[in-house]
Every structure is written in C-alpha cells, then in structure tokens.
Design a protein around this ligand. Structure first.
Ligand code: MTE
Length: 325
C-alpha cells in the first residue's frame, strides 16, 4: 500500500497549479497498483523520458490518497517541469539544463544493485528484487541545495532504514557508502575526469541512514524518476544539502570507515561529510542564511536542518556543527 508518512516538519502546500495535475498522478498510483508490496517498476510506473514531458493521466483512476488537503501555505510543490529541468547531475554536465538535455542516452533498465561490506546478507540483485520486500511511500520533502536554491518535491520511495535492516549490518559497521554508476558512453560528463572524480560517492553514518526521514527514492510526482533526477534509484535525506542525495545508485557498502564523499574530496574546506543544512554556518564563498525557492521572487530564510530539526536534531547532540559541517 501507499503510505504517506506525516512527519512533524511536513512542508505545507495549498498551491493549486501543480496540485491538479499532481492529484491525478496520485490517483494514477492508487489506481494502477504501483503501491503493491511487490513492485515491477517498469510495468507499473509510466516511464518519463529524459526530456521534460508532463506525465499523462490514467483514465482508469479510482481513488485519491488522503492527506493532501492538510498541507498549508508556505511550501507549495515545485512544479513538475521545474523539478525535472533544473538539476544538478554532473555526470550529464555542469549546467542546470545539461541533465535534461543529455540524459536521454542513459538507459536505467535493467538495473542491478550490489550490497556489500560489513553485513550478514550481501548480494547483487535486480532493482525489482531489491525493492520487492519494501512498501513504497510518498514523502513530500524540501530539497535545499548547498548553492542556496530549494524546491519542494513529492517523492516516491522506500524507507532506507528498512533496507538497511534487511541486509543486517554487523556491529562493526558504522557508515553506509553509496556509489553512482559509471557509464561514460551514456553519461557525457563522465568522459572528463576534470569535472569530478568518478564514480560519485556519498555516505551516511549508520544512525543517519536509520533515521525515518531517509529514503531511497524511485519516483517523483507519482512517476518513475526521470533520468535527470537520478533514475532509477537515488538517496533523499531532506535535512542535508542536496549533494548528499546521490543519484543512480549501483552499490551500497556497510563500512567502519567514514566514506570520502565526492564533494569533500573536491573541496574539503567547502563541503564536509555531514552537510546538514545550517543557516548559521556559511559556505566560505556565500551565506547559507537564505535561499531562493525555485519559482519565488524573494529569498526566504533557511531553516535549521532544512526544517527537520525535530526529527534529526538528536543525531547531532554534542557535536560542534561549525567544525563538523
Ligand atoms: N548525484 C550524482 N551522482 N551526481 C551529481 O552531480 N548532484 C547532487 C545530488 N546528487 C549529483 C548527485 C546535487 S549537488 C544536488 S543539489 C541534487 O542531486 C540535485 O537533485 P535534483 O537534480 O533531483 O534536484
């Protein structure tokens, strides 16, 4: 079943423009059985090409998922067109429009994920088997990029905590490391190592990975993830800067060493391991106190932990967040 987890810091939305379309997509999910525990992604979710196209409606729509009317004023959903055309995905180029332009060559099907390292149940499996035991959930989250822009996105995904538990990390595992696919023939940005050292790597402390907010997203707006948004599966940790949300994951490793995440390797003074959204700790080259919500004219104040302090603040009790950024 589709579970909409209401969390304490839910973004609020009453914005009508994308909502009409969106509700139809929500009905689409409910009507097609996308939400069934056993998920055949390709068969059930309508694929979205790399180019922006508005997802179609399903004439067989039946039920509407509850909960949407409770959303309020401050955080309207960012329209689908913006979410899928203003991206960071350096594997497809460094411009915001490059991913949607260049990701058409990328083929995320079939897809395999390897799980290895310090755990009882390592293995390599197709995406469908990887997802099969888990319920798909809808999560509407703010996404705050370290570059001081933000969005509100309705994701579809599985709880990362549930995934972690299933592979049974051993007592010595302290971190989870994630790795993006390397396919220079399909990912034009990967043809140059001057852009980033490939593969893109990210990591979480194990207790961060177990936080209920963390998901592995496989869709947005009720559709499969478009290539430019990290098809077929990406991380989403909404209290952290967007660069933690690694896309197109092929490998998950349980480890006792803090992973060296790509942006930290590139510029350690500018990008840390934790990357928690923090309006009080500026980037060396710009303020993090405010942000531009895509579609807004005026900038707004950035919230501590991107507004998710109640859910995640405990994870960092006793840490000096100025040093451990
Ligand atoms: N993952 C990979 N593999 N490569 C990237 O360049 N960019 C990150 C993150 N995940 C990136 C990535 C950054 S900087 C951000 S802000 C988010 O993806 C953007 O996600 P979006 O394009 O879906 O908004």
């Amino acid at each position: 079943m589709l579970i909409r987890i209401a969390c304490k810091s839910d973004p609020k939305s009453s914005e009508i423009t994308p909502k009409d379309q969106y509700l139809n997509r929500r009905k689409f999910i409910a009507g097609t059985g996308l939400v069934a525990g056993s998920v055949a992604m390709g068969a059930i979710i309508k694929p979205v090409a790399a180019k922006v196209n508005s997802p179609g409606m399903n004439p067989g729509l039946k039920s509407v998922v509850e909960g949407y009317s409770k959303l309020g004023e401050d955080d309207p959903l960012t329209p689908y067109g913006d979410v899928t055309s203003y991206n960071n995905f350096y594997e497809f180029g460094t411009g915001k429009g490059d991913p949607v332009e260049n990701a058409g060559l990328f083929n995320p099907k079939p897809w395999e994920i390897a799980v290895d390292g310090l755990c009882a149940n390592p293995g390599r499996m197709g995406l469908e088997d990887f997802l099969k035991p888990h319920d798909l959930e809808e999560r509407i989250y703010r996404l705050r990029c370290v570059e001081a822009w933000s969005m509100v996105v309705p994701w579809v995904g599985v709880s990362l905590a549930d995934v972690v538990k299933r592979f049974e990390p051993s007592g010595s595992a302290k971190y989870v490391r994630f790795e993006t696919v390397v396919r220079p023939e399909e990912m034009v940005g990967q043809r140059s190592r001057r852009i980033l050292p490939w593969p893109y790597i990210e990591g979480l402390r194990l207790d961060e990975a177990m936080n209920p907010l963390a998901i592995l997203a496989v869709g947005l707006y009720g559709e499969e993830l478009p290539n430019q948004n990290g098809a077929p599966i990406r991380l989403m940790t909404p209290w952290k800067y967007g660069f933690k949300s690694i896309k197109s994951i092929v490998k998950i490793t349980f480890t006792d060493e803090q992973p060296r995440n790509t942006w930290n390797v590139m510029a350690a003074k500018e990008y840390g391991f934790y990357a928690n959204v923090n309006p009080n700790v500026d980037h060396p080259r710009w303020s993090q106190a405010r942000e531009r919500r895509i579609g807004d004219f005026l900038r707004r104040e950035t919230l501590m932990f991107n507004g998710y302090e109640q859910e995640v603040g405990e994870l960092y009790a006793g840490m000096d967040l100025r040093k451990e950024y």
